[in-house]
Design a protein around this ligand. Structure first.
Ligand SMILES: Nc1ncnc2c1ncn2[C@@H]1O[C@H](COP(=O)(O)OP(=O)(O)OP(=O)(O)O)[C@@H](O)[C@H]1O
Ligand SMILES: [Mg+2]
Length: 376
């Protein structure tokens, strides 16, 4: 898919922007604090309905103004989609309204119209940060590719919240209700577990291939799913996952009653990134970790394109820093054929690295044609 026009009004440091990006690779160069990340954040907001920075939503609204608007027209295989998000200041917070093809829609209906794969510098924490980040990555990636997963995950999360509330109940734990919750958790949780196992297996194959193309076949990169509970002999068939989860929930019951918390199930899963079979988070260099995360994102892009039948948007914030010149060039040539990619950088890469990219400069919330290479 391809963004044909993007309109921002009072979004972060953009007072007003109308921008019609071309297809292919668009590179946005700018000094610090000019609005590069904000531009990608606006596009990502239209895909996910959320900011990619864990900020307060009222921060999205330009200081001193009451209302922000982000709108785009996107060409997709099913025709043009117009999407907009209005963010209104309400007291200390903000309220969002989603509009698709001229109609106000609920958040769940807004999702799925525009698909995007995003890389931002904080994604480097995927490798070495806490498991919650990797679960969030899996949930976001799978939810975009598979609406059933999105619904199952929402249902599962709701039951975990209810179960935790029950375990903490001052009036004592109602065992019959706990057992009902556990049955529901096993049923929905095993669906999540199977979907994640399948996804991680495909992600690993695709990421390993990309990684090998960039930096050679050795040391080989792989991704391993570490579900909670572990599956006997790694059997992630629906029956095996259900049986393992039922057994684990029963075995965890005494500890859960003591700790007053749901201790097993997909909300405790993890994913391991490995280089030559060793955890990358423990020994990988910055550049190696970045290369691995980029290989994972490229794989996410390929799987989402396959699942949805068209290439998603690719939003890459400050992606080239820390990569040596060879890795920069290899990376840029690997995205050269994507339908539409937005890349930000503080320094203009050299001409061979830029290849046929369209180059813009971002200065104080304005997007301008650049002297560096072709635009428009
Ligand atoms: N709600 C807001 N109102 C006004 N300005 C804002 C708002 N939110 C963020 N900004 C400003 O937008 C500017 C640009 O931020 P952005 O994160 O896009 O910079 P950047 O170009 O990506 O810089 P860097 O290279 O440092 O990552 C910053 O100066 C920031 O303070
Ligand atoms: Mg930035």
């Amino acid at each position: 898919m391809r963004v044909q026009s993007l309109d921002l009004a009072n979004f972060r440091n953009y007072a007003a922007l109308h921008f019609s990006p071309p297809g292919g690779v668009c590179v946005f160069i700018g000094d610090n604090a000019q609005g590069k990340s904000n531009l990608l954040e606006a596009l990502s907001l239209l895909a996910t309905g959320k900011s990619f920075r864990a900020a307060r939503e009222s921060d999205l609204i330009r200081a001193g103004t009451p209302l922000a608007r982000v709108a785009a027209r996107v060409g997709t295989k099913n025709g043009d989609v117009t999407a907009s998000c209005l963010i209104t200041r309400v007291g200390e917070g903000a309220r969002k309204r989603f509009v698709r093809n001229g109609r106000t829609v609920a958040y769940a209906q807004f999702l799925g119209g525009i698909a995007a794969v995003t890389f931002m510098p904080s994604d480097l924490a995927l490798v070495s940060g806490p498991p919650a980040l990797r679960r969030r990555f899996l949930n976001a990636a799978l939810s975009q590719a598979d609406r059933t997963y999105y619904r199952d995950h929402a249902a599962y999360t709701k039951i975990v919240v209810q179960k935790n509330a029950l375990l903490k109940a001052a009036s004592g734990v109602e065992r019959a209700l706990l057992s009902t919750y556990n049955q529901q958790l096993a049923a929905v949780g095993s669906q999540l577990l199977c979907a994640r196992a399948r996804y991680v297996q495909r992600l690993s194959l695709s990421a390993a291939e990309v990684h090998a193309r960039w930096v050679g076949a050795t040391p080989g990169f792989s991704i391993r799913y570490a579900p909670s509970p572990a599956l006997p002999a790694g059997d992630a068939s629906p029956g095996a996952a259900l049986a393992a989860l039922e057994r684990a929930l029963e075995a965890a019951l005494p500890a859960e009653l003591v700790r007053k918390s749901a201790l097993v199930g997909p909300h405790r899963d993890d994913v391991e990134f490995l280089l030559a079979g060793e955890p990358l988070g423990r020994f990988g260099s910055q550049g190696q970790q970045r290369t691995a995360v980029l290989a994972v994102k490229s794989a996410e892009y390929a799987l989402l394109a396959a699942a949805s039948g068209e290439p998603p948007l690719l939003l890459l914030d400050d992606v080239l820093s820390e990569l040596d010149a060879t890795r920069q060039r290899t990376f840029m040539s690997s995205i050269a054929d994507c339908e539409q990619v937005f890349v930000t950088a503080t320094e203009a890469p050299d001409a061979p690295t830029l290849g046929g990219a369209h180059v813009y400069e971002i200065v104080d919330g304005r997007v301008e044609a650049s002297a560096h290479a072709k635009t428009g």
